[in-house]
Design a protein. Structure first.
Length: 141
């Protein structure tokens, strides 16, 4: 994740311990994306990525938190969401990013799909200690 020259304008923390909190996060991401003036396509992409990662945080990480930040890099504006859990960690990141890989019986599109739908994507994980996945979307000038 490239943080050079990035200013965090604001940050909102949301617990991810229930489906209701995932819905709340989705709405916050959408509201911020609209306020920033992201295109409808970029709004949809980023909300979808955030929703997938929030669900993964709940299902695979046992719940956790999301930090939604409004960013500025010079004249550019963007959003960043970090998903943080203290679950078991991801044993094989490369495999987890492959489409079709699942440990929960879903379609296996969550991590790889979120990476494709975001401008920036980063995974930090440690077995037995948890995972932090960060995504960002920047407004096209």
């Amino acid at each position: 994740m490239d943080t050079a020259g990035v200013t965090v304008v604001s940050t909102t923390r949301v617990g991810l311990r229930s489906d209701q909190e995932i819905v709340r996060l989705r709405q916050l991401v959408r509201d911020h994306a609209i306020e920033l003036g992201l295109s409808l396509v970029d709004q949809t992409k980023f909300v979808t990525a955030a929703s997938e990662l929030a669900r993964n945080t709940l299902l695979h990480g046992g719940g956790g938190d999301a930090e939604l930040s409004v960013l500025e890099r010079g004249a550019r504006k963007g959003l960043r969401v970090a998903f943080i859990d203290t679950g078991p960690g991801i044993a094989d990141i490369d495999r987890a990013l492959q489409d079709g890989f699942t440990t929960a019986g879903g379609l296996g599109l969550g991590l790889g799909g979120a990476r494709r739908l975001s401008d920036e994507f980063q995974i930090e994980t440690e077995r037995g200690k948890g995972t932090r996945i960060t995504i960002a979307k920047w407004k096209i000038r």
